[in-house]
Design a protein. Structure first.
Length: 217
């Protein structure tokens, strides 16, 4: 690459680098979710935090841990990109990637806390809740099914059966039943409250990459 292009990239080049960084996050999302979080089965901070979220879907890693994750990613990505493209392009590429990581964090949290607003939101929630309550070793992509389909880890969610004790608040009504507008996508089973024994079992199942037990209807 000419030295001038490396040191003085054009605005178009910088825009493309930022867009590529954002797009490349989706592959990183898949790899981290599958290998660093699930395959590690609780070994390492990322895996412990993520599987604790599976055990208790109301638990989300605190902000400082997310910032630590973003910093760790940047220390790997930025030097490699700098060596290949130059400092300014590398900065834009890394910035796009980390910005998309922030979008992912917000989108992931909202799958648990807010109802869908459109077709994409509906898909994202069904796919991700299937990952939680159906098969934790499938559907690793939260923002896109692209990499799951490429690597053969995608299942069509169908109707997702959710333990009532873990059902998102947006999904159920005051009687603990699925709201009519979501009845085509979800069913709930079991009691609304977890016992101490259930909480321990949910923890053990999560760290074994098993779905939580569905009690009889």
């Amino acid at each position: 690459m000419p030295a001038r292009a490396r040191t003085n990239p054009s605005p178009v080049r910088l825009l493309a680098a930022g867009a590529l960084g954002a797009a490349s996050w989706t592959g990183t999302e898949y790899l981290l979710h599958r290998f660093a979080m699930h395959e590690m089965r609780g070994k390492g901070l990322a895996s412990r935090e993520h599987l604790q979220h599976h055990a208790d879907v109301t638990y989300f890693s605190p902000t400082w841990k997310k910032l630590l994750s973003a910093a760790a990613t940047s220390t790997v990505v930025f030097p490699a990109a700098w060596a290949l493209t130059g400092r300014r392009t590398a900065s834009t590429y890394t910035g796009g990637m980390i910005a998309m990581y922030g979008v992912y964090e917000v989108a992931h949290r909202r799958t648990h806390t807010h109802p869908p607003k459109n077709g994409f939101g509906r898909w994202m929630r069904r796919s991700h809740l299937y990952h939680h309550f159906g098969k934790p070793m499938r559907n690793f992509g939260v923002t896109t099914p692209l990499w799951d389909k490429a690597f053969g880890t995608y299942d069509e969610p169908g109707v997702v059966t959710v333990p009532r004790r873990m059902a998102p608040v947006w999904m159920i009504d005051g009687n603990g039943e699925v709201r009519p507008e979501y009845a085509a996508d979800y069913a709930v089973r079991g009691g609304a409250r977890s016992t101490e024994g259930q909480r321990k079992r949910d923890h053990d199942d999560a760290f074994a990459n098993e779905a939580p037990v569905l009690e009889p209807a």
